[in-house]
Ligand binder design. Structure first.
Ligand code: ATP
Ligand code: MG
Length: 632
């Protein structure tokens, strides 16, 4: 057995010994009485009785050793702002912001809704909230007022923190009018107070007397005020965060405190290899789970500097991210396949312009890492490129290669092995039995879930149990609702969501398999495959592809020839059963704000149905393109 297998086995067979040792990575104000309490499955309590605080672990704890070291580096390619905060400065900003919140009546257990662009104050607000034992709900900045309103209704926050505006691609997006609209929609659940960080981007935002407060004014007033840390029990909620809404209505994931801190701290050694004093660069947004875990909490808990970036990956030019890696000597970088595909379309010289020798590894998560993209970026960077498979629900990776435990090879198209703490199994959807090597099944976790995973659906325990733990009638097994396969070495490959599985004349196919075959064609930049109702076969696959060179589309002959080529490529790779009935060419795919392809909406349009809940849709033109394509 390899070292890693042994390590993983110990985490599953002796969870108390394993996590008891890991718990020493964080500061406990009061020791816990039990590592794991599991008498009410699927609910579990990690480190019950222990008292700690996320903000203390992320900020105060470092003051003794690294007060003058950089903690937060903010760069905005939208406004040109660039500023670095030491741990001491971070402590001052955060404890002052916490004092401001306290003065507005925020205390333990209260909710604070944060609707902010990627500016330092957004992170100060998150840390200030957990400092007080309050619970943050960060809503991705730029979500429309309806999405914001449902999240306000769900959390019923005491306070809402926002800014006058965000900026995207040089365009100012005023936030305050959206907040006002959402507060109106939320009715009784609306926040008592709104704190506005005025960046001077939007024209004089309307301030409602008695409700809306200006952050700069408050900061002056409270200049010398510092709020202390509120110690909370390990299972006290730290935040609520909604899933991306790719498959339907987003779910409000509730996270604990102690278990989350311990899990994140462990991943910095075992997965990311980041060390105190180094720079961690995650290109995500604080509105997503990657932002919570790997922009804010894990790097700071680990005493690193976190690089916070506002802007697009290609502005002012496609070298911007690499320029920042060079400038701040980032050792760990975390991004998403969707962003990498954007960069892949640019001149490769942008990657060669900068000294990237500080980087030890690149991590990607959020959606399948297609083989052409993985091959390209690992060839360019010549460092390990690691695919992380996880979910908002888990808070940290479920499948990857843990190079910090034992360096093991990666395999193209596979995130790797079950991460320590996760007893991942592939189960047959109907029988619930484990499927043999090479056969497809539902990615499931045998409980208890490890520390840091979701505690429940906010205020809906029943929905939590019914949604995640009832796929198999007799057993409380956690279902990911993703579909995968495992090879003889134990490496997993994600085949798509269980909702997206295509059934062609009784053969079950994952959308991912067909997508990989299509994107293997040199002309294709990106593709989504969906199953479309067919009276004869039940379902047939249809592909919606974005071309590397869209000029081909102007020539109907070339277009028809390309469609044929793609279809025969899939046939040669997967067999005729997987053949897309049609390949439609579009300029853009409909995606969620977090960059995930909205297959359910594409499928609906292809079947002539209503595209469903679109509150998380990014750019409506992607959907229009699909509509036009199927109607032409
Ligand atoms: P919702 O649950 O609301 O439908 P969502 O599942 O997209 O939205 P997230 O929690 O942001 O919300 O995304 C998790 C999902 O993203 C996973 O369940 C999986 O389908 C996909 N995913 C994440 N990482 C990977 C990866 N490395 N490879 C393949 N798929 C991934
Ligand atoms: Mg999901």
């Amino acid at each position: 057995m390899s070292d890693y297998q042994e390590f993983h086995r110990r985490s599953i067979e002796q969870p108390e010994a394993f996590w008891g040792a890991e718990a020493a990575r964080i500061y406990w104000h009061k020791p816990y009485t039990q590592v794991l309490q599991y008498d009410n499955p699927p609910f579990r309590q990690w480190f019950a009785g222990g008292e700690t605080n996320l903000c203390y672990n992320a900020v105060d704890r470092h003051l003794a050793e690294r007060a003058e070291q950089a903690a937060l580096i903010h760069v905005s390619s939208e406004t040109g702002a660039e500023q670095s905060y030491t741990y001491r400065q971070l402590y001052e900003e955060v404890s002052r912001f916490a004092a401001i919140m306290q003065a507005q009546g925020v205390g333990k257990g209260d909710r604070v809704l944060i609707y902010m662009p990627m500016i330092p104050e957004a992170i100060f607000a998150m840390l200030a909230t957990v400092r007080l034992g309050a619970i943050h709900s960060v809503v991705f900045g730029g979500f429309a007022s309806a999405s914001l309103a449902t999240r306000i209704e769900d959390a019923a926050p005491k306070l809402l923190v926002t800014a006058d505006a965000g900026m995207r691609g040089g365009k100012v997006i005023a936030y305050k009018p959206l907040v006002d609209e959402a507060m109106e929609l939320a009715g009784a659940a609306a926040a008592d107070k709104v704190i506005l960080v005025n960046r001077g981007l939007a024209e004089a935002p309307m301030m409602k007397p008695g409700r809306d407060l200006d952050y700069a004014t408050l900061r002056e007033q409270h200049w010398h005020d510092r709020a202390g840390v509120e110690w909370v029990e390990s299972n006290h909620p730290s935040y609520i965060l909604y899933t991306s809404g790719t498959t339907g209505k987003p779910k409000g994931v509730q996270r604990d405190t102690g278990g989350y801190a311990v899990a994140l701290a462990s991943t910095m050694e075992y997965i990311y290899g980041g060390k105190p004093g180094e720079t961690y660069f995650s290109t995500s947004d604080i509105g997503w789970v990657v932002g919570h875990s790997y922009i804010v909490y894990a790097p700071l808990i680990s005493g690193m500097a976190t690089l916070v970036y506002e802007g697009l990956p290609i502005r002012p030019d496609p070298g911007i991210w690499w320029q920042l890696v060079e400038k701040y000597r980032a050792t760990v970088m975390f991004s998403a396949p969707t962003a990498l595909r954007v960069l892949k379309k640019q001149d490769p010289e942008w990657l060669h312009k900068y000294d990237l020798s500080s980087l030890r590894a690149l991590f990607l998560a959020g959606e399948p890492l297609d083989e052409p993209t993985a091959e390209w970026i690992s060839g360019e960077l010549k460092i390990p490129v690691l695919d992380n498979y996880w979910q908002t629900e888990t808070g940290w990776p479920m499948l990857t290669v843990c190079n910090g435990v034992q360096p093991l090879p990666t395999k193209l198209g596979s995130p790797g092995l079950p991460v320590y703490g996760y007893n991942v199994k592939l189960l047959d959807e109907t029988t619930g039995e484990e499927v043999p090597v090479g056969e497809k099944g539902v990615i499931a976790v045998i409980p208890p879930l490890p520390p840091g995973c979701m505690s429940t659906v906010w205020r809906q325990d029943e929905r939590f149990v019914n949604t995640y733990f009832s796929l198999f009638q007799d057993r409380k097994v956690y279902s990911s609702f993703d579909w995968g396969v495992r090879d003889a070495d134990g490496y997993f490959t994600i085949l798509g969501r269980t909702d997206d599985v295509i059934n062609v004349a009784g053969h079950r196919l994952g959308t991912r398999e067909i997508e990989e075959a299509v994107s293997g064609h040199a002309a294709i930049a990106e593709v989504a495959v969906v199953g479309v109702h067919d009276t004869l076969k039940g379902q047939v696959p249809q592909a919606f592809a974005v071309l590397r060179d869209p000029s081909v589309l102007k020539d109907p002959e070339k277009k028809a020839a390309l469609e044929k080529e793609v279809i025969s490529k899939v046939a040669s790779q997967l067999g005729a059963i997987a053949n897309p009935a049609r390949v439609y060419f579009v300029n853009q795919l409909p995606k969620t704000r977090s960059g995930k392809v909205l297959r359910r909406s594409i499928q609906a349009l292809a079947e002539g149905r209503d595209p469903g809940d679109l509150t998380t849709l990014d750019d409506p033109s992607g959907l229009e393109q699909v509509r036009d394509a199927v109607q032409s």
